[in-house]
Design a protein around this ligand. Structure first.
Ligand code: ADP
Ligand code: GN1
Ligand code: MG
Length: 365
């Protein structure tokens, strides 16, 4: 705790430090929960070391998250919500900065732990998943009039799937830095066979068919906090990739993670399937909040977006495996390959069930 204490001292926390430990299962940042006590009881704070390999410009990133959270606070107030629990509340450093950079160049930021909340790494029921859909849909609706041009692109081309294919995946295969290309020939071919899919949403956007909106872009289930008692989804977190994007990215990425019958890194790919009941539940929740403003092209591509976001993630995991695991946190040597195989199995199962997925979307009004 000694090392992290020097970091904690840089923030305006109140009370006496009781405990600080790592927390959560995100693949990018390193998250700590710090416990402070005072005469009224205990208070928890979240402190994060931001991944500067992934996010190159931390000033831009923190400007984005401060701007988005203060805008959201106004929307929540207007709608009679609880501003303390329904969006992140960042805490400035003792010097009044939005984050602290230490002598090694590592960057830390802090916010309040959302009171009486929990996060979930897997979906236990259709109801819970529907609730997360409501939260992400509402997030998009609340940000509908946010001045998108003021947001910095924290990761350029984040969901530009064809760009990732041409500029990241193909070079990774060609350069084979890790020497692992021989161990994943089938997976490489699976991705190559679907090159045309990579362009579809980018092309529709360029043709003016899909509107650019302010989107979250990383809508996996553990990026929303649930109420400990009621299981209501109360607060969308992990705002580092809030950028101009497509509503379809947010929809598709949630399905990729939450409507998989298995964890994203289940090794037995025979168990990996799309859960259509969960797919329907999420679509209902998400569309009940965000759907009113959607055009027909957005509606028509919801099912496809689930497949595309899963495909993109498969390609990103495989790319990272080929590059020698430099992007995602991994727990063991083959972790990225296991994740890529899992996501490939899910794409294959979605392809089998695409007609049913389309039908489900049509049935939702
Ligand atoms: P990463 O980019 O690594 O995914 P996140 O911002 O999603 O980082 O944080 C990782 C985990 O930490 C979350 O999944 C959640 O469990 C926990 N967490 C983050 N922020 C909060 C918060 N304000 N209150 C409670 N838990 C949080
Ligand atoms: C990362 O940060 P986290 O764990 O919520 C990644 C997402 C991937 C996801 C795969 C900034 O999300 O894009 O879909 O892992 N975030 C970033 O689980 O790259
Ligand atoms: Mg996260």
């Amino acid at each position: 705790m000694e090392n992290i204490k020097c970091i904690l001292d840089q923030f305006k926390f109140t009370g006496k430090l009781e405990d600080c430990r790592t927390f959560g299962s995100g693949h990018i940042n390193t998250t700590y929960i710090a416990t402070y006590s005072n005469k009224d009881g205990v208070r928890y704070y979240v402190v994060q070391k931001v991944n500067t390999n992934v996010f190159k410009n931390i000033d831009d990133l923190m400007d984005n998250v401060f701007a988005v959270t203060s805008y959201l606070r106004e929307r929540i107030k207007e709608n009679g919500g609880d501003v303390n629990r329904e969006t992140l509340h960042y805490i400035k450093t003792v010097d009044g900065d939005k984050y602290f950079r230490d002598e090694n160049g590592d960057c830390y930021r802090a916010y309040r732990f959302v009171d009486r909340s929990k996060s979930c790494d897997s979906v236990d029921s259709a109801e819970i998943f529907e609730k997360s859909g409501v939260a992400f849909g509402r997030f998009q609706r609340y940000l509908a009039d946010f001045p998108a041009q003021t947001l910095k692109e924290t990761i350029p081309n984040f969901h530009n799937t064809i760009w990732r294919y041409e500029n990241e995946f193909l070079p990774a295969v060609k350069n084979n830095i890790s020497g692992r290309a021989d161990t994943c020939k089938e997976e490489i071919e699976f991705i190559k066979a679907r090159r045309e899919d990579c362009k579809k949403l980018v092309d529709l956007t360029e043709e003016g068919m899909l509107p650019i909106r302010v989107t979250h872009n990383d809508t996996k289930l553990n990026n929303v906090m649930f109420d400990e008692d009621t299981d209501d989804a109360i607060c969308v977190i992990d705002l580092d990739t809030v950028m101009p994007g497509l509503a379809l990215y947010d929809f598709g990425d949630s399905i990729r993670f939450g409507a998989n019958t298995c964890a994203e890194d289940e090794k037995d790919t025979g168990k990996v399937k799309i859960n259509l009941e969960y797919f329907e539940a999420y679509a209902k929740g998400f569309l009940s909040e965000a759907g009113e403003s959607f055009n027909q092209c957005e509606i028509d591509n919801l099912a496809f977006s689930a497949k595309l976001m899963t495909f993109e993630c498969a390609m990103r995991f495989l790319t990272d495996y080929l590059n020698g695991d430099t992007y995602f946190k991994t727990g063991y040597a083959e972790h990225n390959l296991v994740r890529a195989r899992n996501q490939i199995a899910l794409v294959a199962d979605m392809e089998k069930h695409m007609e049913e997925m389309e039908k489900i979307i049509k049935s939702i009004k």
